[in-house]
Every structure is written in C-alpha cells, then in structure tokens.
Design a protein around this ligand. Sequence first.
Ligand SMILES: [Zn+2]
Length: 171
Amino acid sequence: MISLGIRIYGDDILRSESAEVEEFGDELGELIEKMTETMIVEEGVGLAAPQVGVSRRVAVVNPDPQNPDTLLALVNPRILSCSDETDCVEEGCLSVPGIRGKVERPIAIEVEYQDRHGGKHCVRDAGLVSRIIQHEIDHLDGVLFVDRLSFGRKTLVKGRLRDLARKGKRE
Ligand SMILES: [Zn+2]
C-alpha cells in the first residue's frame, strides 16, 4: 500500500472550498481506493481529498482500523441536521502533525452522501463516527480543527502552527 502524501498546514489547498463531484466514473473509484490506502498507511481515522491535493468533495472514514467493515467513503457529503447536544473531545489531524486539542461539536448528525457510483444514502450517527465525519466535511469547506479550538488553546499552539505553515507552504 502506498500513501499519496499528506498536505500540511500552510498549504493553500487545505484552505480552499472543494468542488462537488459530478462524474462517478473509474477516476473517482481510483481516488477513493488511493485515499483509503493513504489513510491506512498514515494511520488516520479519516481523510479528506484536499489533504492529498485533490480539491473534490470526497472523504473516507475508518473509525475502527481493526475492522475493515467500518470503512466508509462519502462523496458530496452534506449535514442535514445535528443534535443541540454537544461534547468536547480531543482531535488531531494528519495535516496538522504534532498538535491536538479539544473541539466542541454536536454529538449526533444526520448526513446525506453519495457512494462512488452516485447512489444516494443517508446515515445517522453519534459519537466517534459523527465526529470524524464533521471533521472531514470541515476539510471540504477549507476549515481545520485548529480553527475551532478555544481561544486559550489557540494562543498556546500559535507558535507551532507558524512553524508548520513554513514547512507546509508550497511555492
Ligand atoms: Zn483532518
């Protein structure tokens, strides 16, 4: 298995809004396969296309790396509703190595998405899967979990983010 390589904080693609997928052909299937391999090699529980340099609304999630049945590929995912109840859980991101922090998010969500063939699905989830999906959809909108940290935590990680940005920046 091969990693496509992960774009790091400071790379502009992580800050741009990804485009809707309109063609459901072999190319999309191949992208999903490669993203899934990359997520496994990099030991992530989720990965969004811009993290591998592709500005398309595609994400893969892998909430239980020991159990391949939990692998899920989401094309054009959209949150339909979320719970008023929130929780605050520590997150990390392959694109922001070395930094973790607590992020407040709704506990439960209802998400509409398409599969690699264009078929429409709806998933309701709470807990870890819900959190990963929200984190990945943020990526598709150019948002990173560090944007959602508390003011105090943001201040603490500012220097490290600046160092990352210097390395992540592409000419
Ligand atoms: Zn991430």
